[in-house]
Design a protein around this ligand. Structure first.
Ligand code: SAH
Ligand code: MG
Length: 197
């Protein structure tokens, strides 16, 4: 397992695959154990790095992960086979905004796909969150650029960072969810439902 993880880290750095930072995945794995998380939905599998680590944090975890890129999907399947966690990880090859889910609930939804679509992923998938579930989103700081969008020269990059800033406001002023912003790795947001009154 350790060898596979190392191998995936090397592949990711050689092929520019943006896998989660160590500090962040360590936080999520601890969260899974402490909150007795049993079912996980991940949006954005890439090569299966975070999926394999999340599923390995407890034997009780079942995980579904969605990836729309064919090369990464194939690489993900290969890695999950090698990890021997294929009985507990299900990979869906589709655009997450087009996936049709019915009759399922997840204790943890991990959003780590196209950064400009975070609000859309959140709004769609909150309907599949269990009562005390959590939605965690990666890359909330986006390489330290978030909060500095007005200084970015490249128009595409600026617009992307503005979208992430918009997502942060969406979470801050959300009627249904409370969100904690963690300055670890590339920044994580941790959103849970407000107490019903
Ligand atoms: N969670 C992974 C990294 C994911 S990188 C890890 O930490 O190991 C983001 C991935 O999301 C990319 O592979 C990209 O192809 C995928 N992606 C982006 N938008 C998507 C969408 N709408 N549906 C499914 N996958 C998407
Ligand atoms: Mg990420």
């Amino acid at each position: 397992m350790q060898d596979l993880i190392k191998e995936m880290e090397t592949y990711a750095s050689e092929n520019n695959v943006p896998i989660i930072q160590k500090e962040s995945i360590v936080y999520i794995m601890k969260y899974i154990r402490e909150h007795n998380i049993k079912s996980i939905l991940e949006i954005g599998s890439a090569i299966g790095y975070s999926a394999i680590l999340m599923a390995s944090s407890s034997d009780d975890v079942k995980l579904t992960t969605i990836e729309r890129d064919e090369t990464r999907y194939m690489e993900c399947l290969k890695n999950i086979k090698k990890s021997d966690l294929d009985k507990r990880i299900n990979v869906v090859y589709q655009d997450a905004l087009e996936v049709n889910l019915t009759g399922v609930e997840y204790d943890l939804i991990f959003i780590d796909a196209a950064k400009g679509q975070n609000i859309n992923f959140f709004e769609k998938y909150k309907n599949f969150l269990s009562k005390n579930g959590v939605i965690i989103t990666d890359n909330i700081n986006f390489h330290g650029l978030v909060g500095k969008s007005d200084t970015i020269e490249s128009k595409n990059l600026r617009q992307l960072v503005e979208k992430i800033e918009g997502y942060i406001d969406f979470l801050k002023y959300n009627d249904e969810f409370n969100t904690e912003f963690l300055d670890i790795g590339d920044g994580l947001s941790v959103s849970t439902r407000k107490e019903e009154n």
